[in-house]
Design a binder for this molecule. Structure first.
Ligand code: ATP
Ligand code: MG
Length: 261
């Protein structure tokens, strides 16, 4: 059985892509077959996986969604790039924003990604979808095909405020499109434990949401090494295996594994 996890938060720069990379590669290091899907026209996940010029990639999620819309057959393995840390990547690029616009006029526009994921999920134990910082049609597509959504939240005042809107959207998707969608958990990221402020935010999130929504017991620390991986094309386990961010992301991976499929 394959579990599809969307990493979503409409707030920008909260650690979605960094979490997608390190959760995906973490799961692979535990022996799971993993597909990472870049669901963001910025192509950040594609860049983080070592492909510095996503706009030059001609076989990607962009072409796949076009094929689904046109009801064309998708060749086996189309667009998928294998990464040396044992995960597959389906890249994306700026073309995804045109696809998003074209989806507005088609029937079942929220279910286009699901149609693709359903075709490939038998090949994987986990599909991890990195969403863009918006609640647009691609994010809704990701939520509509996911079993669960993992919500990274930067431990700061404004990002925490924005959570309410996302949670509302998740519940709307649950009601209208995907009754099985669960919240995998809220993940606090970039936590600077040297400051009281960060500690207060962590307490605030637990107080405000902890009773209704799972909040991961693991926090991702603020770490320069974690920030650097976007440029090196590898995971934190490869780049700084003994660091605190690698330890935190491996603990997150184990926690997600313990939730089962
Ligand atoms: P976007 O909304 O633009 O897609 P995002 O939510 O995917 O952003 P990331 O790209 O993962 O967020 O991270 C935002 C920035 O913060 C990046 O420059 C990244 O390298 C950095 N960053 C991520 N995690 C950490 C961390 N634990 N400590 C310090 N910096 C981090
Ligand atoms: Mg991102």
């Amino acid at each position: 059985m394959c579990k599809v996890i969307a990493i979503a938060n409409q707030k920008g720069g909260v650690g979605k892509t960094t979490t997608a990379v390190n959760l995906g590669i973490g799961l692979a290091s535990e022996g799971k077959k993993v597909l990472l899907i870049d669901g963001d026209p910025q192509g950040s996940l594609t860049i983080c996986m070592g492909h510095k010029e996503p706009d030059k990639i001609t076989e990607s999620l962009v072409e796949i969604l076009d094929m689904v819309v046109n009801e064309d057959d998708i060749p086996d393995g189309f667009g998928i790039i294998h990464h040396s840390e044992n995960v597959d990547l389906l890249p994306s690029n700026i073309g995804l924003s045109s696809v998003e616009i074209s989806l507005v006029n088609i029937m079942s526009r929220e279910l286009v990604l699901k149609s693709y994921v359903n075709q490939v999920k038998e090949n994987y134990d986990y599909v991890v979808i990195d969403c863009s910082p918006s609640l647009g049609v691609m994010t809704i597509n990701a939520l509509a095909c996911a079993d669960s959504v993992l919500v990274p939240v930067q431990a700061a005042y404004l990002p925490v405020k924005g959570l309410q809107q996302l949670i509302k959207t998740i519940y709307t998707v649950q009601r209208r499109l995907n009754a099985k969608l669960e919240i995998e958990g809220i993940l606090l990221t970039m936590v600077d434990n040297r400051t009281n402020y960060a500690k207060e935010i962590v307490l605030e999130v637990n107080d405000a949401y902890g009773k209704t929504i799972p909040v991961f017991p693991i926090e991702i620390p603020l770490s320069v090494r974690a920030a650097e991986i976007s440029a090196v094309g590898s995971s934190i386990y490869d780049y700084d295996p003994k660091g605190k961010a690698a330890f935190a992301y491996m603990s997150l991976t184990k926690e997600v594994l313990s939730h089962g499929c």
